[in-house]
Unconditional design. Structure first.
Length: 456
């Protein structure tokens, strides 16, 4: 399967902050002005009303606002680079260039098991061989050979390395080559890969297993990296069970088990998962007492009798950056700045709607905070028609089959059956998409790499 890049300079996430704000102004308020926080808070409209829908931010711009939120604030409010041991750096982003601390290799080494030989053959073979990890061996003279292991230091005045399979010894113990040789054959010269001080990788490189190997080979014990954004998850709702089967009007909490590993897959450090029920005082205390870079709440973002997120954000003077998004599922999601350098993403309580909010608002914010590069936008044609919302973007689970994306069933706001089998979410424009139409795909972090690879 191959996907085609459609990234252009007109993509919403390529907009700078001023352009983002201009777009939000255009869509959010009369006369193209963003209503003041006080005006927003005094509106009686609930998230399901026509007024609330008019206020909602279009989906691409909501993602751009999340990127802008991560970039805003004073430098003092942002967490600086940290020095991280290699075994804790996987998945982080380099905050300083990776420059070689040594030549690689740092001495002439044998590229093969065989014999180090000097001059033309046949050669007299020394009794004692040369192994990797030993001090510099004795100098060879013309007509001499010595057994040598891969990675061992080359004796001074060696002409070449004769591979084991390319040599034989006669009855007198002399070594003969079975094929022609050239000077320097199968010797890795000092500095072949790099010289000390060479730039190996730039700032912004994601630390993969291969980067860890290169850093170790180049002499590093620690790396300067951008720290993981710290996230607290607040699970709301009195109706949630943490074990057993649903009963007596209670349901199992699906988001508590799902969100922390998903957030880790997006590069976050999940510092706490708190179950608060529908307790407004507990929610206020948790939000005001948190020191996390991002608070993620589940449920409570609508206008019901126990939906406490909006009132508490108003009470603490938080700035609502996104209050509803024109996307299905997940319309009543929100993004707020609760303090300088600290944000809150409010996810809807329905599971697939929460996934929509996670990928719409939390993912771009966390990616930017972590310094991770934005993934290119990819498209694939749909195999089957995808029904859309009349006015809003729709996110639907799909599986990838060859060169096509196949929409999955069970894609209602409260359903996880479709997303559990999915490779990606397809971005369906308002009005739907025909079979064969190319749609943007939001890849799931584990879909192409194996379940554990991205959980760093």
């Amino acid at each position: 399967m191959t996907a085609r890049s459609t990234r252009t300079g007109e993509d919403a996430e390529d907009l700078d902050v001023e352009e983002v704000l201009a777009l939000v102004n255009e869509h959010n308020g009369p006369g193209g002005q963003v209503p003041s926080p006080a005006a927003q808070r005094t509106r009686p409209a609930g998230p399901g009303t026509p007024e609330a829908h008019h206020r909602a931010t279009p989906w691409p711009e909501a993602r751009a606002v999340a990127v802008g939120a991560a970039c805003s604030g004073s430098p003092a409010a942002r967490r600086g680079p940290v020095s991280v041991p290699l075994d804790a750096a996987l998945g982080l982003v380099l905050a300083a260039p990776l420059d070689a601390l040594t030549d690689l290799p740092s001495f002439d080494t044998s590229a093969m098991d065989g014999w180090a030989v000097a001059g033309p053959g046949p050669w007299d073979v020394r009794d004692e061989g040369v192994l990797a990890g030993h001090a510099e061996p004795q100098r060879l003279t013309d007509g001499e050979a010595v057994r040598i292991a891969t990675g061992a230091r080359i004796p001074p005045d060696t002409t070449a390395v004769l591979r084991t399979e390319h040599g034989r010894t006669d009855t007198q113990g002399r070594l003969h080559a079975l094929r022609d040789m050239h000077h320097g054959q199968d010797i890795r010269p000092r500095g072949q890969e790099c010289r000390s001080g060479d730039r190996l990788l730039p700032v912004g490189t994601v630390v993969t297993p291969a980067v860890l190997g290169l850093a170790a080979a180049a002499g590093y014990d620690t790396l300067a990296a951008i720290p993981r954004p710290r996230v607290e998850v607040l699970v709301l709702g009195d109706e949630l069970l943490t074990e057993g089967r649903p009963r007596d009007g209670l349901i199992r909490d699906a988001l508590g088990p799902m969100l922390p590993p998903w957030l880790r897959a997006l590069g976050a450090e999940v510092t706490a998962v708190r179950r608060l029920g529908d307790d407004a005082k507990a929610l206020h205390k948790a939000v005001t007492g948190s020191t996390a870079d991002l608070i993620v709440t589940t449920g409570g973002t609508a206008a019901g009798p126990v939906d406490h997120v909006h009132p508490i954000l108003e009470r603490i003077g938080a700035e609502l950056l996104v209050d509803g998004v024109k996307v299905r599922p997940g319309h009543p999601m929100l993004l707020a700045r609760v303090a300088e350098g600290r944000h809150l993403v409010g996810l809807p309580g329905n599971p697939l709607a929460a996934v929509s909010g996670l990928l719409t608002l939390a993912e771009p914010l966390l990616r930017t905070l972590a310094g991770r590069p934005d993934r290119e936008t990819y498209t694939l044609p749909l195999r089957d028609e995808a029904h859309g919302h009349p006015y809003d973007t729709r996110l639907i689970p799909v599986v990838l089959r060859g060169e096509q994306a196949v929409p999955l069933h069970y894609n209602g706001p409260a359903m996880l059956r479709g997303i559990a089998a999915a490779d990606a979410l397809a971005v369906v424009p308002p009005g739907g998409a025909r079979a064969g139409e190319e749609l943007e795909l939001l890849y799931l972090p584990w879909a192409s790499a194996g379940i554990g690879v991205c959980f760093t």
